[in-house]
Design a protein around this ligand. Structure first.
Ligand code: NAP
Length: 276
C-alpha cells in the first residue's frame, strides 16, 4: 500500500510552473474576489495568494463587504474581465446568502474562468474537448498520472455528483476510458457498487463514510472530502486507518487532494496567460 503524498506532488508542480513562468515575458495575473468574511473562505483565499507569490503569478485580491449589492460585485467582475493584466478570475464560493452566484459567474469570460466552473468549460469537458477543467478533479487526474495509475478499462466509482467536483471527476475518468459509476444521496446499495471498484474517488463531505468493507483488496482510494470527526479533527470521507490496509494507493486528509487543488489553480492561470 502506498500513501500518496499530495503535498509533495503539488510542490513539484509548483516548482515546474515557477520555472516556466520565469521564462514568460508577461507575468500571469490572478484576481481573487471574495464577498463577506467567511473564515474558511478567507483561509482558502490566503493560501491561493501565497501559492501565486511562490510560482511568480501576480495576484490581485478584491474583498467586498457582505452587504455590497449584486451589481457592485458584477461591476468588479466586468472590470476584471476587461483588465489586460488579469488572466484568471476566481470568485470565491459560496457567496453570502442573497447573491446570485450563477449570474455573477456568467460575468467571467471562459478564457479567464480558471476554476473551470462555467457552463462553457463544463460543456467542453462533456464533449471531450477539455479547455479549463475544475482544479480539484484535475488535481486528482494529476495524482493518477504522476503515480502511474492506469485508468483505461478500470471500474471507477465516484461518490458525489456536484458540478464542481463529482461530475467533472466522472467525466474526466470516462474520457480516460474508465468505466464510471456515479453515486449520490439517492443511490441504493453504495456498498455493493464500491466493492466492485478498482478506483474510488469520494467527494461527498461525510466523515469516514467509506469503510473497509466497501473497498476491494488492492483498490485505489482517493479522498476529496474535507470534514471534522467527532473530536473536531480534520478528516476525509474515508475511514483512512482501516481502509489503508486494503488499498493499493490511498490519499490522506490533510495532505492528499487539498494541496493539488491549489497547484492546479496555478496551472490553469499559467495556461490562461499563455493564451494571450
Ligand atoms: P456538495 O456540493 O455538497 O456535494 C456533495 C455530493 O455528495 C452530492 O452529490 C450529494 O448527493 C452526495 N452525498 C452527500 N451525502 C451522501 C451520502 N450519504 N451518500 C451518497 N452521496 C452523498 O459537495 P462538493 O462541493 O462536491 O464537495 C464534496 C466534499 O469535498 C466536501 O467535503 C468538500 O469540502 C470537499 N472538497 C474538497 C476539495 C479539496 O480541495 N480537497 C475541493 C472541493 C471540495 P446529492 O447530489 O444527491 O445531494
Amino acid at each position: 500500500m502506498k500513501i500518496i503524498d499530495g503535498k509533495a506532488i503539488a510542490a513539484s508542480i509548483r516548482a515546474e510552473l515557477k520555472e516556466k513562468i520565469e521564462k514568460l515575458a508577461l507575468k500571469p495575473g490572478l484576481a481573487v474576489v471574495i464577498v463577506g468574511n467567511d473564515p474558511a473562505s478567507q483561509i482558502y483565499v490566503r493560501n491561493k495568494i501565497k501559492a501565486c507569490a511562490e510560482v511568480g503569478i501576480n495576484s490581485y485580491s478584491y474583498e467586498l463587504p457582505a452587504d455590497c449589492s449584486q451589481k457592485q460585485l458584477e461591476d468588479v467582475l466586468d472590470e476584471l474581465a476587461k483588465a489586460e493584466n488579469v488572466h484568471g478570475i476566481l470568485l470565491q464560493l459560496p457567496l453570502p446568502s442573497g447573491f446570485d452566484a450563477e449570474s455573477a459567474m456568467r460575468k467571467i469570460p471562459r478564457e479567464k474562468d480558471v476554476d473551470g466552473f462555467s457552463a462553457e468549460n463544463l460543456g467542453k469537458l462533456v464533449l471531450h474537448e477539455e479547455k479549463t477543467v475544475a482544479c480539484t478533479p484535475l488535481g486528482v487526474m494529476q495524482i493518477f498520472k504522476r503515480e502511474g495509475i492506469e485508468l483505461e478499462g478500470k471500474n471507477a466509482v465516484v461518490l458525489g455528483r456536484s458540478d464542481t467536483v463529482g461530475k467533472p471527476m466522472a467525466l474526466l475518468l470516462l474520457n480516460a476510458n474508465a468505466t464510471v459509476t456515479v453515486c449520490h444521496s439517492k443511490t441504493k446499495n453504495i456498498k455493493e457498487i464500491c466493492k466492485n471498484a478498482d478506483i474510488i474517488v469520494s467527494a461527498i463531505g461525510r466523515a469516514k463514510f467509506v469503510t473497509e468493507d466497501m473497498v476491494k483488496d488492492g483498490a485505489v482510494v482517493i479522498d476529496v472530502g474535507i470534514n471534522r470527526d467527532g473530536n473536531g479533527k480534520l478528516c476525509g470521507d474515508v475511514d483512512f486507518e482501516k481502509v489503508k490496509e486494503k488499498a493499493s494507493y490511498i490519499t490522506p486528509v490533510p495532505g492528499g487532494v487539498g494541496p493539488m487543488t491549489i497547484a492546479m489553480l496555478m496551472y490553469n492561470t499559467y495556461v490562461a496567460a499563455l493564451k494571450e
